[in-house]
Write a protein that binds this ligand. Structure first.
Ligand code: ZN
Length: 377
């Protein structure tokens, strides 16, 4: 019931110095120096000396029910296991469908989210997939967001990609408007996650939807912004205008050779250009297949994206690009939590959920994961 983590260096993600954090059930109950809980309480203690204590990671895009299949049925990837997320330090995750909404369903996605939550994690789901018109559970986006507690937004809707439905500006605006109203009614953000492809048009459809239909720029979360240089340049302008941008941490040497910017480098460039860290998140695209297409659009090879790329990118951001730990950390904790309206996630604060990590101070790898007060070493 009670856990006291002693003497860790706390990043909330803002640095709080060395202190103690007391957990009561699924909540953070106290943060301070030399905390001494009542001796009648049965309190477990964790020694955090020499370690970093951070919020659990918040992953904005995971194909929790499996992804892929773009190279035929044999290329489909498996569903995520709770142990994979716990080992990667991910305590909150947003599940979505991608290209395949035919052999994979939203009902199955929802069941996978609930299975992960039943295992101790905090898993959410998005209605829809790459395809427009959006396929939903109840019949429309607004009802899904209002009536289904675990559904917190829409996505990932594909644009500027050879796998997209080529939606019109008006169709995109309709999706965002429905997500906005559904979100208002249900007390959710109703964020629309947009899968960005390689096509020249980039973010132009979203810009037009904002201008022509008066959609708030923060209703959208375009992801894979680091997939190529031209999109990065547009993402910087988008971020400077107040939009949120999401970077994808999973990659391959082939993707980098083909022009993808590593997420840690992209984070450094966005910050240097003046985009505030509150607008930047990094997600793993976990369990997605990592397809490589040739110039004719034919699939050459395929791998599977891992959630552990979040902590790898955190380490690269700090150790290779000199980004302050609290800043890099915010991109996988507080910033995505705020983008999705998860006010009790991604932060170490009294009253917030007891989702925390003890990290190795040198490698920044998670050694202990605490999810809703449950401890996994
Ligand atoms: Zn995608």
């Amino acid at each position: 019931m009670f856990t006291l983590i002693r003497n860790a260096q706390v990043f909330a993600p803002a640095p709080l110095g060395i202190c103690d954090v007391l957990l009561a059930g699924e909540k953070i109950a106290a943060i301070g120096h030399g905390l001494h809980p009542n001796s009648q309480l049965n309190c477990r203690e964790l020694d955090g000396k020499g370690l970093l204590l951070t919020p659990g990671f918040v992953d904005s895009l995971v194909h929790i029910s499996g992804g892929g299949g773009e190279g035929g049925f044999a290329s489909r990837t498996t569903a995520l296991k709770a142990e994979q997320a716990i080992a990667a330090g991910v305590t909150s995750l947003i599940g979505a469908l991608g290209t395949d909404d035919i052999t994979r369903s939203l009902r199955d996605l929802l069941a996978c989210a609930r299975a992960l939550s039943a295992s101790g994690l905090s898993a959410y789901a998005l209605t829809g997939s790459y395809r427009v018109p959006i396929r939903t559970i109840t019949g429309n986006v607004r009802d899904d967001i209002v009536l289904i507690p675990d559904i917190i937004g829409v996505g990932e809707v594909a644009i500027a990609d050879h796998r997209s439905s080529r939606p019109s500006v008006h169709e995109l605006a309709r999706i965002a408007a429905d997500a906005h109203v559904g979100g208002m009614l249900a007390g959710k953000r109703g964020t629309v996650l947009i899968h960005m492809g390689d096509d020249e048009e980039g973010l132009s459809l979203l810009n037009e939807a904002c201008m022509q239909h008066n959609i708030a720029i923060q209703q959208w979360l375009p992801t894979h912004i680091n997939r190529q240089r031209k999109l990065m340049a547009q993402g910087i302008q988008w971020g400077l205008r107040g939009g949120n941008v999401d970077l994808t941490t999973s990659t391959t040497p082939d993707f980098i050779a083909a022009g993808e910017v590593p997420a840690s480098l992209a984070l450094a460039e966005l910050l240097a250009a003046g985009v505030p860290i509150e607008r930047i998140s990094m997600s793993s695209d976990g369990q997605a297949s990592l397809p490589l297409f040739d110039a004719q659009g034919q699939l050459i090879s395929s791998g599977v994206a891992s959630l552990s790329t979040l902590s790898q990118s955190l380490r690269e951001a700090v150790q290779q690009h000199g980004i302050a730990l609290e800043t890099a950390l915010a991109s996988i904790t507080k910033s995505p939590a705020n983008t999705w309206g998860l006010k009790l996630k991604g932060r170490i604060e009294v009253g917030a959920d007891a989702d925390l990590l003890l990290l190795d101070a040198d490698t920044l790898s998670p050694l202990t994961t605490i999810a809703r007060g449950r401890i996994y070493v």
